[in-house]
Design a protein around this ligand. Structure first.
Ligand SMILES: Cc1cc2nc3c(=O)[nH]c(=O)nc-3n(C[C@H](O)[C@H](O)[C@H](O)COP(=O)(O)OP(=O)(O)OC[C@H]3O[C@@H](n4cnc5c(N)ncnc54)[C@H](O)[C@@H]3O)c2cc1C
Length: 441
């Protein structure tokens, strides 16, 4: 390994972005990428920065959450965004790219940097270095995942993502739902959506008939009994759900004074109470089917989804307990994590955590301290979500969305107006942070 260089493992979106942030501040980088010697089950191209599935980086609208994250990353001179902008294809308000030109653009740009070394080899043990950035993504090779398990402890490394949908609080019809905990134990922390018997039967019928995502060959998920997809439970019997995640015991609907036939319980996803998850509703239904079927639940007829449910292969760590707010491993601060392995989800979000890891590592090398970006910014909100998630053991990956930005104390307002204000505040706060830390390009 090249001495004096920061070692980065994984040449995906996060690893490449982290490399560029270090290089542009004058640091040397040695990047290890296992392709083309070894491919994960989803990677196919030999180049760095491969988009494994869709060629879209989502909305470019600066007043959408993904658009805001893009604007912030452009302000910090993101390589991934600059390559994407240069190779964009027509896609309405989304930023979609020519995937070959994009990946080639990122790789050629990095190879042209004089302090950059690329080794095409699989890393199987955690490298020793000052510092090391691990950015091996959702399909980290088995050997390295095993070493990570030893370093972190098996309980802190996850291999599957069983995610229930998350909805935005201000889109729930509060006139139909009620706050309660079962048997009035503790504080009434759950929002309960009550279903009559007819509504329950119809809901189950829709779950069974709804279109499901087919598992990819490498996603032969053996479901754990504790987190079975809701449609698998529905298929087990007429009343399995009503005795499982939808059981109404210990709950009385204050609108009727009666126990509902079944309930869907919603639990806070963040301390601000802007997001709620549907408890026990991990699912393999397609996204349009989730939207259609879950909107038949009383109170959720017009709900907005912050993220959809899913079950798929995904290697990620329990960042809230393992990482500092500078993406450093608490028990060995020489090791940084970046990308999807930190518990964010999505191309852009992964690159964003690469950008921050690269900056944090640069500051360490410079003997300086970089404070985390404010959680009113998209970058800061993602970082805050993964390193301070209140979800405990249930920590699950997250896309960027307005619900995770620090809320502001304003009265009720229309969604469009609120998003515009959140975006404006984010950019002002980001500019202050950039100025404070002299991060101007
Ligand atoms: C099948 C699949 C489809 C997805 N589709 C989408 C989508 O359509 N849109 C979206 O926004 N997100 C999608 N994602 C989610 C995710 O955001 C992307 O996977 C994203 O590429 C993650 O970026 P990353 O840099 O963290 O990891 P990656 O881009 O996967 O990069 C990790 C790199 O590390 C290398 N590597 C792994 N182990 C080692 C090792 N031991 N030594 C050396 N190199 C190693 C890999 O070869 C890879 O190049 C998908 C994920 C999967 C698994």
């Amino acid at each position: 390994m090249k001495s004096g260089a920061v070692i980065i493992v994984g040449g995906g979106l996060a690893g490449c972005e982290a490399a560029w942030q270090l290089l542009r501040r004058g640091h040397a980088v040695h990047l290890y990428e296992m392709k083309p010697r070894r491919f994960s089950p989803a990677h196919k191209m030999e180049t760095l920065a491969e988009l494994v599935c869709s060629n879209s980086l989502k909305s470019n609208d600066p007043e959408s959450a993904p658009g805001l994250l893009k604007t912030e990353m452009r302000e910090l001179c993101s390589l991934i965004l600059s390559a994407a902008d240069q190779t964009a294809v027509a896609a309405g308000s989304a930023l979609a790219v020519d995937r070959n030109a994009f990946a080639r653009g990122v790789e050629d740009f990095l190879l042209a940097q004089k302090n950059f070394t690329l080794s095409r080899e699989e890393i199987t043990e955690i490298p020793v270095g000052e510092p090391v950035i691990l950015a091996t993504g959702p399909l980290t090779s088995d050997a390295l995942a095993q070493s990570l398990g030893v370093l972190l402890g098996g309980d802190y490394l996850y291999f599957y993502d069983a995610v229930a949908p998350i909805v935005e609080a201000d889109s729930i019809d509060m006139t139909k739902v009620f706050w309660a905990s079962r048997y009035d134990r503790g504080t009434p922390d759950y929002l309960n959506c009550p279903l009559s018997e007819a509504q329950y039967r119809n809901f189950r019928k829709e779950l069974l008939a709804g279109e499901k995502v087919a598992a990819r060959s490498f996603e032969d998920v053996r479901h754990f009994e504790g987190c079975l997809p809701v449609e698998v439970l529905a298929a087990r019997g007429e009343d399995t759900l009503a005795f499982g995640p939808m059981k109404p015991v210990g709950l009385v609907d204050p609108h009727t004074g009666l126990r509902p036939f079944a309930v869907v319980q919603l639990r806070r996803e963040n301390s601000a109470g802007t997001l709620f998850n549907l408890v026990g509703f991990q699912t393999k239904l397609t996204w349009p089917e989730q939207t259609r079927i879950f909107r038949t639940i009383p109170g959720l007829e017009n709900v907005r989804f912050a993220r959809m449910g899913s079950i798929h292969r995904n290697t990620y760590i329990h960042s809230p307990s393992l990482l500092t707010d500078a993406l450093r491993l608490k028990k060995n601060p020489a090791i940084f994590f970046a990308g999807q392995i930190t518990g964010v989800e999505g191309y852009l979000e992964s690159a964003a955590m690469g950008l921050l890891a690269g900056l944090f590592a640069s500051f360490v090398l410079e003997g300086a301290t970089l404070s985390p970006p404010p959680s009113s910014t998209a970058l800061g909100a993602l970082l805050h979500y993964i390193t301070a998630a209140e979800s405990g053991k249930d920590f699950q990956p997250m896309n960027i969305n307005f619900g995770i930005l620090a809320p502001f104390a304003r009265g009720k307002m229309r969604k469009k107006e609120k998003h515009a204000l959140l975006a404006r505040r984010a950019l002002e706060d980001l500019d202050d942070w950039i100025t404070t830390h002299h991060l101007q390009q």
